[in-house]
Design a protein around this ligand. Sequence first.
Ligand SMILES: Nc1ncnc2c1ncn2[C@@H]1O[C@H](COP(=O)(O)OP(=O)(O)OP(=O)(O)O)[C@@H](O)[C@H]1O
Ligand SMILES: [Mg+2]
Length: 358
Amino acid sequence: MSALTEAIWASMPVPAFLIDPDDRIADINPPAEQFLNASAKAIRTQPVFDKLAIDAPLEDAFQRVRNDHSVLFINKVDVSGGQSAPVQCNIQIAPLIGIPGHVMMMMEPRQIADRLGRAYSVTSAAKSAIGMAEMLAHEIKNPLAGITGAAQLLSMNLQQEDQELTDLIVAEGRRIVALLDQVEQFGNLRPPERKAVNVHDLLDRARKSATVGFAANMKIIEEFDPSLPPTFVDADQILQVFLNLLKNASEAAAGQGGTIRLRTFYDMSLRLRRKDGSGGALPLQVEIIDDGPGLPPDIEGDIFEPFVSGRENGTGLGLALVSKIISDHGGWISVDSVPGRTVFRISLPVAPKEAPKE
Ligand SMILES: Nc1ncnc2c1ncn2[C@@H]1O[C@H](COP(=O)(O)OP(=O)(O)OP(=O)(O)O)[C@@H](O)[C@H]1O
Ligand SMILES: [Mg+2]
């Protein structure tokens, strides 16, 4: 390194890591030394994932940066350096120009105030909001059943035009019940009962039930890799995930019709490492791709939070449930959206050989 580059490297105010083609640490700057509580000398050539626990599939990210020669930003991930408590960071990964296979990763810890003021309080508020909504849901359903029942009785003795009003009461009552069911479903989610499951069977079931219902005017195409091994999931819960994603894709088309592609493939490079050190390979990839307008920019970053919706009648619970189920399975979900192409990608584990079959 020249004196100037050395000075730049040393003066960077945030931890920076140079990573070699084998995901080993080639060098770290002084803030990174501080973060890891270790000297650069001691840490060179060590596998980066032995030193950093990051709650995001970074192997996949590094590989993408190497292949595409593009910069990748990952926001709001928990990073911990060995003994230290996890710190929430925004991460930037860039290819090292002129040195093939090497990447540079910079971590910008998010401001404590920012975390407390926003990210943290939003999630805890959201949690108690769900608890409260669940209780309310339960309390509202009984009197609501009384109201719709009474409306139905009334309607028997009414003229045609007045019946329209009681029909309205019944229809709207049903709509509220459906909404409350969704809130309750969120709270009642049980831990997954995992079995070896063919993911294509689940996608097929989801497609069939979608096409006779909410996706009636959508074209759904299957692009399956038939050699995919079984995954290790709770079939009912993952079916619910696929249905919610298909429903969103259909609703995004806003009655205009459109095409949804269900794509599966194998990608060995994805490995999730959690804060507690657990985690494993997530090689089974399922993508649900639509050609609708894309995520509304104002809520793009929050779509997995409960009660965030870009639709007039949306409860905003669909994706919150999806992300809870996927995380209960130790899986990973990501989204990539531009107008005309929205991709939700789910990464799942392969079933162990001894796993019971569905
Ligand atoms: N495929 C998609 N294309 C465009 N926007 C989407 C897509 N999927 C989700 N969104 C946006 O994300 C928002 C949140 O989705 P989510 O499923 O959590 O809630 P919802 O669909 O509004 O309500 P619910 O699913 O509870 O009925 C949607 O309202 C929509 O604005
Ligand atoms: Mg939805």
